[in-house]
Design a protein. Structure first.
Length: 468
């Protein structure tokens, strides 16, 4: 019902919306030129519809966000919270007639406390900027998505994002201690704590992490920090098959090792990275495994892992000699998704996560799906936690190839569920995976989650059409 009213919104209604927003916001914070607002319509996901927002709002204070939500509630106008729009599920895509609430101007690091090992930040702080700031205090903020130079902390919280170091340090949800959240009706609520321990009441903080802006708008976050680890060293191991590489992953984890990074790139991905950046990666190998340690004696750890890789059938094991070589290898991994996009111009990036013990089956299944649909599908993976990123490369101008791309994407998600996994390890549901979320949760699970949504947002104005 809300959507039908928005679709029928008249110029008079839009004028009223703009007038009420401007009453509590500086002029430069309200953008209504259609040529400008259109640039805020979508994130980086393929096959996800986006509507035309009525207005884009760029608040700088909590009070301004509250004004936006009060106005939206009064006029029954949908609000789509946004960060840097680097997401890959359509969660930041706008709907017709909505308010696009961009939080990128709320970009202050409010506090870094070395004693309590916390940082207090606004949602528009860029991940890399926070990492560099806390490093000056000898501290470390571990979550590091591949887009860390551009993605924001608010977006990371909204999608419960991961990154390369999750195998040792965990994902975003493990570092969010407390939140200030503006609810749909404009009320401000604080959740969580800044203490090392705290179990008072339901864990509403975790509820908001990964909610994709559908329950409230995060305006401040208290984040846990770790002591800054030593510089990591990286090892590269080449394998004649993806199955051998996955066997090595299982051996490493079974052996009790705690790598700071354990990443896999298949031959298709290696070839794409070489074509983009001329890095001289080994294209003749079927899989490249990168393992890193940030321990006091990383060379010894790499030697032990290298031996396990050789036992699993590695054709070559090359440990980096210094931090510069290590960083070069990590750069190759971070370029993977960009390089695969250059293969055909468009990609669909999956993030199916499976138990580590089923990782080899997942990669073999993806290869079969690629052959069946006559498509290029490269796989890079956070192998240490079973989070795979099969990336379907296709020409969006070719209707038949686009159809096959979408079908292969769905088959990959079905394969992940069949192997006991989940449809998304870190990218979120958004628009792209709504029907698959229902399959994973089941009818009772969906009913309970919808009840939670209704409790926080009874008018369904917060990011409607996403997740469910």
């Amino acid at each position: 019902m809300i959507m039908s009213r928005i679709e029928a919104r008249s110029d008079e209604d839009t004028g009223s919306l703009l007038d009420r927003l401007r009453a509590g916001l500086p002029a430069e914070a309200v953008l209504s030129d259609p040529g400008v607002t259109a640039s805020y319509a979508n994130d980086m996901a393929s096959f996800c519809a986006a509507g035309a927002p009525a207005v884009v709002v760029l608040p700088r204070t909590v009070e301004q966000v509250q004004h936006v939500l009060r106005t939206a509630t009064a006029l029954r106008v949908p609000v789509v919270p946004q960060g840097a729009r680097t997401g890959l599920s359509g969660a930041a895509n706008t709907t017709d007639g909505c308010i696009a609430l961009s939080l990128t101007k709320m970009d202050r690091i409010l506090e870094i406390d070395p004693v309590d090992r916390v940082a207090v930040v606004e949602p528009g702080v860029v991940n890399a900027a926070l990492s560099r700031a806390v490093a000056e205090h000898g501290l470390h903020y571990p979550p590091d998505p591949s887009s860390w130079e551009t993605c924001t902390i608010g977006g990371n919280i909204g999608t419960a994002s991961g990154g390369l170091c999750c195998v040792k340090y965990g994902v975003t949800s493990e570092y969010v201690l407390g939140l200030d959240v503006v609810l749909a009706d404009g009320r401000l609520m604080s959740t969580g704590r800044r203490t090392a321990k705290g179990v008072a009441g339901y864990d509403l903080t975790r509820l908001f992490v990964g909610s994709e802006g559908s329950l409230g708008v995060v305006v401040r976050a208290t984040l846990a920090l770790k002591p800054k680890p030593p510089r990591q060293l990286v090892l590269a191991a080449e394998f004649a098959s993806a199955a051998d590489a996955c066997d090595a992953v299982c051996r490493i984890m079974t052996g009790g090792h705690a790598p700071s990074l354990l990443e896999l790139m298949d031959r298709t991905t290696l070839k794409a990275v070489n074509a983009l950046a001329r890095m001289g990666l080994p294209e003749s190998t079927e899989a490249l495994l990168l393992a890193a340690f940030d321990t006091p004696d990383p060379a010894a750890d790499l030697a032990a892992v290298g031996a396990l890789c050789e036992a699993a059938g590695a054709t070559q094991v090359v440990p980096a000699e210094d931090a510069a070589e290590s960083e070069l290898l990590l750069k190759a991994r971070r370029l993977s998704l960009t390089a695969l996009e250059a293969v055909k111009g468009t990609t669909m990036i999956d993030d199916v996560c499976v138990p580590r013990s089923r990782l080899g089956e997942m990669l073999e299944g993806v290869e079969r799906i690629a052959e069946k649909h006559r498509l290029t599908i490269g796989v890079c993976a956070h192998a240490g936690d079973g989070n795979t990123h099969p990336t379907v490369c296709f020409d969006a101008r070719d209707p038949d190839e686009s159809r096959r791309a979408r079908e292969s994407f769905d088959e990959i998600m079905a394969l992940g569920l069949e192997l006991g996994g989940t449809i998304t390890g870190e990218h979120g549901v958004g628009i792209l995976k709504k029907e698959w979320l229902a399959r994973e949760l089941g009818p009772v699970g969906v009913e309970m989650q919808q009840a939670v949504k209704h409790a926080f947002d009874p008018l369904n104005i917060l990011n409607p059409g996403k997740v469910f």
